[in-house]
Design a binder for this molecule. Structure first.
Ligand code: IYR
Length: 224
């Protein structure tokens, strides 16, 4: 078996005394707990440089075999946003009218959603995340990726947290089915649409549903 060695480099992560660690952990929780999904956006512009930085942060997520199997398609072109809105609303209309079960519609009722998706035109940026089922080598042959959905889900989590940290809002929008995005954005065969995130400032006096998060004892079991 051929053996080959690969370089390792020293790594010195930040560490803190226990009291400071606890304070930082708590502060991060309270910061993240202020994040809300927002559906009403302002059309106020957001500099491209901010979007570049949040995408770089997203791309620091761990991924299977460090393949980083994602492409972030970033849309601000008004014509393209209109086409995306039109196609998404067509699918959403079908979903809300015919495809979603009564139980599903009942579960969504507190969120106040429907097939109308004005944020797809109003938000200054749409980030359409694609997952790469495999990579294409320069000679056109396929190279496998691993744990693709887990990896891209992690990158999206990092992205949402970076957007929140920048003082902007977003929404995890999943028009279904979402293959119209492959066509509209001209993506290659190895990419599948995963999530669509409108990014921007919230509309003036925006409101969000009065939701509660589960307490720790409902989301954790401890085996000490
Ligand atoms: N994709 C639809 C429906 C929807 C589904 C779930 I699950 C949500 O948490 C929210 C919405 C839409 O975007 O309206």
């Amino acid at each position: 078996m051929p053996s080959k060695s690969y370089p390792f480099v020293p790594y010195q992560p930040d560490t803190f005394p226990e009291q400071e660690m606890l304070e930082r952990a708590h502060q991060y929780y309270t910061f993240m707990d202020r994040r809300r999904s927002v559906r009403d956006f302002s059309d106020r512009p957001v500099p491209r440089g901010v979007i570049e930085q949040v995408l770089l942060a997203a791309s620091t997520a761990p991924s299977g075999a460090h393949k980083q199997p994602w492409t972030f398609c970033v849309v601000s072109n008004p014509d393209l946003k209109s086409q995306i809105r039109e196609a998404a609303e067509k699918e959403e209309y079908e979903s809300y009218q015919h495809r979603m079960s009564p139980e599903w519609l009942e579960d969504l009722a507190p969120l106040g959603t429907d097939w109308n998706k004005p944020f797809l035109e109003v938000a200054p940026w749409l980030i359409v995340v694609f997952k790469k089922a495999y990579d294409l080598k320069p000679d056109g042959t396929k190279r496998n990726n691993y744990y693709v959905s887990e990896s891209v889900g992690l990158a999206c989590g990092f992205l949402i947290s970076a957007i929140h940290h920048a003082g902007l809002v977003t929404l995890t929008h999943t028009p279904s089915p979402m293959n119209f995005l492959t066509k509209l954005l001209g993506r290659p065969d190895n990419e599948r649409p995963f999530l669509l995130l409108p990014v921007g400032y919230p509309a003036d006096e925006v409101q969000v549903p009065d939701l509660r998060r589960k307490p720790l004892d409902e989301v954790s079991e401890w085996y000490t």
